[in-house]
Design a protein around this ligand. Structure first.
Ligand SMILES: COc1ccc(-c2ccn(C[C@@H](O)CN3CCOCC3)n2)cc1OC1CCCC1
Ligand SMILES: [Zn+2]
Length: 344
C-alpha cells in the first residue's frame, strides 16, 4: 500500500506540512515536531529527509515500506524514559546534519552514499542508549563493558544494535544495494558513529584542523578532499558537531536540552549514590553546577569544535557561532556567586 505523506499517520497534516517546510533551518523545534509526529520524530524525520527531501532511498533501491518498518524498530529501541538520549535526540542530530550537508561548501564535496551514511549514522548513533555513561558501565562491570572491553562501549553497542536489525529479512532495506555500495556504506557508518565517542574528541579536532588547513592552502581556499580518510574526517567532524550542537541552537531549545541532559546525569548520580560509588562529575543533584558546567563544556569542547567547523564551512556556520556566544553569556551571567570564604 502507499505510505503516509510523512512516513507516519499524523492528526494535523497542515501543522506537519508547516514544520516540514522548516526542515532546512538550524532552529527547527524538535520538541514540537515530536508532538506533531505523534511521538515518532525519528521515523518521520528519516522519511522526510531521505525520501521527500533528498530522494536517497530511490537512488539505492531502498524499498520505502521496508525502510519505514526498520526505522520504527530503531525508534522503539531508543529509550523513551531517557530524558536526553531518546529518539528526539536522534532525530535532532539527523536534522542538524541534514542542514550542514545542505550548505553548498560541502554539498559538492560528498557523494550521495556518503551523505546517506552520515544521515543514517546520525539517526542510529544512540539507539538503545541506557542513559548511563561508558564510565558508569565500566565501573559497574556492565555486560556491555565486558563485551566491548571498556573501549567505546556505547558507540559499539549502538552500531551493533542497528546492524543486527538489518540482518532480519523483513527489515533489510539494504538488500537492493549492490555489495560494494553496501560494504562501503557499512564501513562509513561504523567510522562515523565511533567518532562520536567523546574520548576521541581532541584527536578528531586536531586532525580536522590539519586537513582543513592543508586543503585550503593547497586549493586556495576551496575545500577539496582527496583521500577516504580526509573525507571521513570532515564527515566525522560534522556528525560529532551535530551530536554536541545543543549550545548552538536558539536559547529556548538549548535550555530544554540542558534540562534533559542534567536530569539524565542526575539519574545516573542517584544510581551511583545507591551503589556507594563516587558520583560522576555534574551528576550530583545535591550539588548542582548547571551554569558553570555548561560554560565549561562550551569553552573547552563545543566552541573549539564549532570554530574549526566554521573555518571549514566558511562563510556558513557563523550564525551557530554567534548563537553559541550568546548562549554562553546567558549561563555565564547566571553562575551563582561562590559563597564568600570567611577569612576572619
Ligand atoms: C546541553 O548540554 C549537553 C549536551 C550534550 C552533552 C554531551 C556530552 C557527551 N555527549 C556526546 C555523547 O553522548 C556521545 N555519545 C555517547 C554514546 O555513544 C554515542 C555517542 N553529549 C553534554 C551536555 O551538557 C553536559 C552537562 C553540563 C556540561 C556537559
Ligand atoms: Zn548523541
Amino acid at each position: 500500500g502507499n505510505l503516509p505523506k510523512f512516513g507516519v499517520e499524523v492528526e494535523d497534516e497542515d501543522a506537519m506540512s508547516l514544520m516540514v517546510s522548516q526542515i532546512n533551518t538550524w532552529n527547527f523545534d524538535l520538541f514540537k515536531f515530536a508532538v506533531i509526529s505523534k511521538d515518532h520524530p525519528l521515523v518521520s524525520m528519516a522519511y522526510v529527509i531521505l525520501q521527500s527531501e533528498r530522494n536517497l532511498l530511490r537512488s539505492y533501491n531502498v524499498d520505502p515500506p521496508t525502510f519505514i518498518k526498520y526505522m520504527f524498530v530503531i525508534e522503539a529501541n531508543y529509550h523513551k524514559t531517557n530524558p536526553y538520549h531518546n529518539a528526539t535526540h536522534g532525530a535532532d542530530v539527523m536534522q542538524s546534519c541534514h542542514v550542514l550537508l545542505g550548505y553548498s561548501v560541502v554539498e559538492q564535496v560528498f557523494t550521495d552514499l556518503e551523505v546517506f551514511a552520515a544521515l543514517f549514522a546520525s539517526a542510529i548513533h544512540d539507539v538503545d542508549h541506557p542513559g548511563l555513561s561508558n564510565q558508569f558501565l565500566s565501573n559497574t562491570s556492565n555486560e556491555l563493558a565486558i563485551l566491548y572491553n571498556d573501549h567505546a562501549v556505547l558507540e559499539n553497542h549502538h552500531l551493533a544494535t542497528a546492524f543486527k536489525f538489518l540482518q532480519e529479512d523483513e527489515l533489510n532495506w539494504a538488500s537492493g544495494m549492490d555489495d560494494k555500495q553496501r560494504q562501503l556504506f557499512r564501513k562509513m557508518v561504523i567510522d562515523l558513529v565511533l567518532a562520536t565517542d567523546m574520548s576521541k574528541h581532541l584527536s578528531l579536532l586536531a586532525d580536522i584542523k590539519t586537513t582543513v588547513e592543508s586543503s585550503k592552502v593547497a586549493h586556495n581556499g576551496k575545500l577539496v578532499l582527496e583521500s577516504y580518510n580526509e573525507r571521513m574526517l570532515v564527515l566525522q567532524g560534522i556528525v560529532h558537531s551535530c551530536d554536541i550542537s545543543s549550545a548552538t541552537k536558539a536559547l529556548p531549545i538549548y535550555k530544554a536540552w540542558t534540562e534533559r541532559i542534567i536530569e539524565e546525569f542526575y539519574q545516573q548520580g542517584d544510581r551511583e549514590r545507591d551503589l556507594g560509588l563516587n558520583l560522576s562529575p555534574m551528576c550530583d543533584r545535591q550539588n548542582p553546577s548547571i551554569e558553570k558546567s555548561q560554560v565549561g563544556f562550551i569553552d573547552f569542547i563545543v566552541l573549539p569544535l564549532w570554530e574549526t567547523l566554521g573555518e571549514l564551512m566558511f562563510p556558513y556556520c557563523q550564525e551557530m557561532l554567534s548563537q553559541l556566544n550568546e548562549n554562553r553569556m546567558y549561563y555565564f551571567s547566571r553562575i551563582p556567586e561562590s559563597p564568600r570564604c570567611s577569612i576572619t
